[in-house]
Design a protein around this ligand. Sequence first.
Ligand code: FE
Length: 188
Amino acid sequence: MTDAPGPVDRLADLFAGPGAGDYLGEAVTQAQHMCQAATLAEGAGAPDELVAAALLHDVGHFQGEVTGRDLMAGTDNRHSDTGAAWLTQWFPPGVTEPVRLHVAAKRYLCAVDPAYVGSLSPASLYTLGVQGGPMDDAQQRAFEAEAYHADAVSLRRWDDAAKDPGSPTPEFDHFRPLLSRLLSRQPG
Ligand code: FE
């Protein structure tokens, strides 16, 4: 009997398989988009947890019964929740919480930063409506009370910038050492 693949290999398979598909109407694939977001996080000097969060922020599009395609058809697939919940089997809150909050961060930024709305891609603007639109005052206060809200906002800005087909982007393998490092710090 062979060993079951470890988390890094399972994630690599996701990037190579479903990740090779198009990213909700953007000019990059899902895998390119997530590797590009992680590269922006790395370039900004983010800690390992936050780089991993940027790399894995959209894995929820691959999980669950409602897919990214359904999201574009008008059904919220709640990919931030499903992705974060799935990642908790391996990763600490410093990774999973910014993932969980990255859609909320878009709704938050749309409420507090008028210039931000104009920076969104057409697809992201469309899904904003499906995801609940800009936050009202009470929702903004609740978001600001989340321990990882600032990390989620950083992740969100890398997410939005990570849709450039012309930007040189390392492959998933570039991030293997970082993921292994994070996993080795986990108890059990
Ligand atoms: Fe994204």
